[in-house]
Design a protein. Structure first.
Length: 94
């Protein structure tokens, strides 16, 4: 029983770590190319530990770009994909 409880606790910790939202700020939006430029903090699930980086990302769904504008504070999730690092979730920061 104890081993099962520890396994379940560890699994939920790993799942949480993989889906942690990253804080960022929208610097540029290119709807035609399906890309967004974000100044952001560390992206732990991609082993990016630098703070204050600015990068161009592809978005998984171009409709995400209509939800934000330049200057908005956002939270996002990103993953490595065949076309490069891709935003899989994007929302305005609360």
């Amino acid at each position: 029983m104890t081993a099962l409880a520890l396994t379940l606790a560890w699994s939920s910790t790993v799942a949480f770590a993989q889906t942690a939202m990253v804080n960022g700020e929208v610097k540029k939006i290119d709807e035609a190319a399906g890309k967004i430029t974000l100044k952001h903090g560390p992206i732990k699930n991609l082993d990016m530990d630098d703070d204050g980086m600015t990068m161009v990302f592809r978005v998984q769904d171009s409709s995400m770009l209509k939800q934000v504008k330049v200057g908005d504070k956002v939270q996002f999730e990103a993953e490595r994909a065949s076309g490069g690092i891709t935003i899989t979730k994007l929302q305005k920061a609360k």
